[in-house]
Design a protein around this ligand. Structure first.
Ligand code: HSE
Length: 402
């Protein structure tokens, strides 16, 4: 019997308990032994819960129990979660987590301890929820070089943008729905300002470079300025708007990483990844392009990924299966020095100035409201933003083109 502990009995924690219970037979067959949840650590009590008798409040009980070989850290945050993870790994216990903030910030440190102690720090659920993208890069693509990743990595914002596009829905109302459905972070700012997707692309950039890409080196722009007027222009051009996270490794080993709303053709591989679904496009030197999609948030999809990590640990005792990355800082490129094409929505009265500023721009069919929309050819981002600033209040919004 393999005895495990779950740290945090919230949405994901209760999901892990449910996956292990519902798939108990299958897990036993595959792991060769029963997976048994011995402890659930939480500050709260859960009177009447079927697992009430396994709820404990003292982490020391788990740490000092030699029977516990695997922990699921699904409590979130970077305070107690950091301490518990470090202590568990130092004790040779494997840790499986959905905590992207912690992985993005301290992954290199934990991976080094896991390697030294011949156990595992696993984080499949931290990126793209239920989509097995970490395992794919770590194992399935182990013989290839992943040069770039572009993904829709946040379910909440994809849910919001899809509803805005398809139903002309109100931003605040859709955000509330996403929170009720358990998709959104406790602080929705992390979702809507792109920070959550930023942490996830930082983790993927870590994996692609084998070095540390600090999450605060990822340029992030959120979706709060996107309006139904932007969607009208996108629709007229056969396009849609998605919050994309992009990471690219260059020949010299430097890396760019960013999160921002992009206008992209609906027939783009990520163009019809809708609702809470996530999509990840990887470009490899041998395989070429490959697409992965699935549920990027929510209780059971996320718990399924955590439980898969538990299975990996159970099936490889005494072996470290993650390649991971070192604590050496990666050479992160300043995205303002990279080139992009842009969509601009502007006041109709500014047409002449826009034509002068953006040589070679093309105007889109008018969508009313004394406004116009145009596509601006590729230029260095810093130059583009300088021109927008010089145009003053003529420019109402601008969105990168994929
Ligand atoms: N808030 C996150 C999202 C949860 O919406 O994608 C999964 O990481």
């Amino acid at each position: 019997m393999i005895k495990i502990a779950v740290l945090g009995y919230g949405t994901v924690g209760s999901g892990v308990v449910e996956v292990v219970a519902r798939n108990a037979k299958l897990l036993r067959e595959r792991a060769g032994e029963e997976i048994y949840i011995k402890y659930i650590l939480d500050l709260r009590d859960f009177p009447g819960d079927p697992y009430e008798d396994r709820v404990i409040h003292d982490f020391g009980t788990i740490l000092n129990d030699p029977e516990i070989s695997i922990l699921c850290e699904v409590m979130g945050g970077v305070g107690a979660a950091y301490q518990f993870t470090k202590q568990a790994l130092e004790a040779g216990k494997s840790v499986c987590t959905s905590n992207k903030e912690l992985v993005a910030k301290h992954g290199a440190e934990f991976l080094a301890i896991a390697k030294r102690m011949r156990c595992n720090y696993m984080f499949e659920a931290s990126v793209a929820g239920g989509i097995p993208i970490i395992r794919t890069i770590n194992s399935a693509l182990a013989a290839d070089r992943v040069e770039a990743v572009t993904g829709i990595l946040n379910g909440t914002t994809n849910f919001i943008l899809t509803k805005m596009e398809k139903e002309g829905a109100d931003y605040g109302e859709v955000l509330r729905q996403a929170q009720e459905l358990g998709y959104a972070e406790r602080n929705p700012e992390a979702d809507v300002e792109g920070l959550d997707a930023g942490r996830k692309i930082a983790i993927l950039a870590d994996m692609l470079t084998g070095k540390n890409v600090a999450p605060d080196r990822v340029m992030t722009e959120g979706i709060t300025k996107i309006s139904t007027a932007d969607f009208a222009y996108a629709r007229a051009a056969g396009m849609t708007i998605k919050l994309l996270a992009r990471c690219r490794v260059f020949e010299d080993g430097s890396v760019s990483a960013m999160v921002a709303p992009f206008m992209l053709p609906v027939e783009h591989p990520l163009g019809r990844v809708d609702d809470v679904f996530n999509g990840v496009q990887v470009t490899c030197s041998m395989l070429g392009d490959a697409m992965f999609g699935g549920q990027g948030a929510g209780k059971l999809p996320t718990a399924s990924a955590v439980a898969a990590d538990v299975m990996d640990c159970a099936m490889h005792p005494g072996r470290t299966v993650m390649h991971g990355w070192s604590s050496e800082e990666a050479d992160v490129v300043d995205t303002s020095q990279t080139e992009n094409r842009f969509f601009v929505r502007a006041k109709a009265s500014g047409r002449k100035c826009l034509e002068e500023s953006f040589a070679g721009c093309s105007f889109l069919p008018e969508q009313g409201g004394d406004e116009l929309g145009l596509f601006v050819p590729a230029m260095r981002e810093s130059d583009f933003f300088a021109k927008c600033a010089a145009l003053g209040d003529v420019v109402l919004n601008r969105i990168r083109l994929a």
